[in-house]
Write a protein that binds this ligand. Sequence first.
Ligand code: AP5
Ligand code: MG
Length: 214
Amino acid sequence: MNIVLLGAPGAGKGTQAARISEKCGVPHISTGDIFRKSVADGTELGREAKRYMDAGELVPDEVVIGIVKERLAEPDCARGFLLDGFPRTVGQADALSGALAETGRELDSVIDIEVDTASLISRLTGRRTCRACGNITNVAGLANEPKACELCGGELYQREDDTVATVTHRLTVYTRQTEPLTDYYRSKGLLRQVDGNRSPDGVFEEISRIIDGC
Ligand code: AP5
Ligand code: MG
């Protein structure tokens, strides 16, 4: 199954992607994770991407598209893939459909997770991610903030772009540059919208109905 996950920053794309990837046995390809790894590894790509990420801006299309095309050509994508955070502009969406057509593939579903803005801000500012296993959690409202991952004991960290100021800008960028993709994919008959204002289990239940049979 070839799936795209759409949704604003904090909508729960990464949280649901881990579950979908496990259920369907397809690789989870997160452009944000690819850039964060490049930053951590100190590569030239990481240095370039960091300038945009820290400002809450999108990395230029010509940089992102090349990376995703290379990743989709890897053998593990032959039986399907799950894209999280790509495409994010109409230019990226056009490039994706071109790249898939060249290899005789097409998208099966574009799943758009919808969440109200107030929840997005509290989810993002309270998010913590495990440095070791990547598990995503949230500490908003907890009296004692956990320092270790509940799954593997690894160190929990806060993403540098999860400050209130950067989050607010990321949401504006999302509205301006990425939200038009809902109409883009609706017009192609691929869009499936999911109410993301429920528990992670509730959201996954609805997504599971969409990807039934994967
Ligand atoms: P990226 O890493 O993709 O960030 P994002 O799209 O802003 O989305 P997030 O990862 O912040 O949120 P999410 O939807 O994955 O939510 P999560 O599951 O973590 O991109 C980062 C940057 O990289 C961009 O700003 C840009 O600079 C660059 N970039 C990446 N891709 C690019 C592209 N294609 N083009 C150009 N630039 C690109 O959940 C969030 C929190 O909510 C967590 O704490 C979680 O525990 C909690 N939560 C999740 N689900 C629920 C629920 N149902 N109920 C309650 N809490 C929940
Ligand atoms: Mg994410």
